[in-house]
Design a protein around this ligand. Sequence first.
Ligand code: HEC
Length: 261
Amino acid sequence: MKTESLHQLYTHYSELPYSQRVLYTCTLLVLGSAYLFALIYLFHSYSGRDGNPGDLTYEDVVVAYTGSGKGSRLESALRGPMATMLPAEESSSVIGWVGEGASQEKYEQVVRPIMDKRCMSCHDGSNPHLPNLGGFDNIKKVIEKDTGTDIFTLVRVSHIHLFGLTFVFFIIGLMFSHAYLRPVWLKCGIVALPFVCLVLDVSSWYFTKLYHPFGWVVMVAGGGMGMSFAFMWCTTMYQLWFYKLPATVARPERTPLPPTA
Ligand code: HEC
């Protein structure tokens, strides 16, 4: 039987001391549940962006990074659920005021009296679930156009992602390096893939703002990261405890140390 050559420093999980295998197992269990929570969070905060919760689509990604392109919250409320709260001509003067740039002067003359009469019974700030519409500064908050996640937030999330996920994929990649998998280039590819995806993912958040189809790169890169994580996780867990190295690569048992004199 021809023996396969292994790198001198390669050790399979089965050759590692038990303490190290237990450490790997515990780390995998916690990392795995962390990944699940990350997925739940991701789904929860992005799936409804396109106005259609329940699935995570290309539109969700584009709206999250570039905004819905629709009018302000005030406008959609006046055209939608709040339409019955005031006569149509008052509604159009408020919408007109927003369209003209929402000056404070016209607010005091036209908008404040309408708000005071029609809206303040509910929107005076006493109910924490309803936007407070009292005063110019509060109104400003519901008339901002939705332009998606702002650059500074992206910068903050980028540095957290780049630092955090580098640790995650370094740790799981290091554990996975003990796996027996051929061809070697495939194994190297699986280790490198999440890092490539990470860089593509984070940079595409910004590019999506400039050119929407980069939303696809965000999705594909996220999927690539998830798949390599899942593959390394399962392979490591399986080979740690259940896999038997083929006879052609198994190393002979180490000779015991001579008894100390
Ligand atoms: C009878 C109480 C009541 C009055 C009066 C009222 N609203 Fe509301 N408003 C609500 C409730 C309840 C909600 C939250 C539920 C919803 O969005 O349908 C809400 C939600 C809103 C929202 C937030 C929508 C969002 O994006 O979440 C805006 C903006 C709004 N109202 C504007 C107004 C304006 C402007 C007026 C006056 C013309 C007004 N409301 C009058 C009860 C009221």
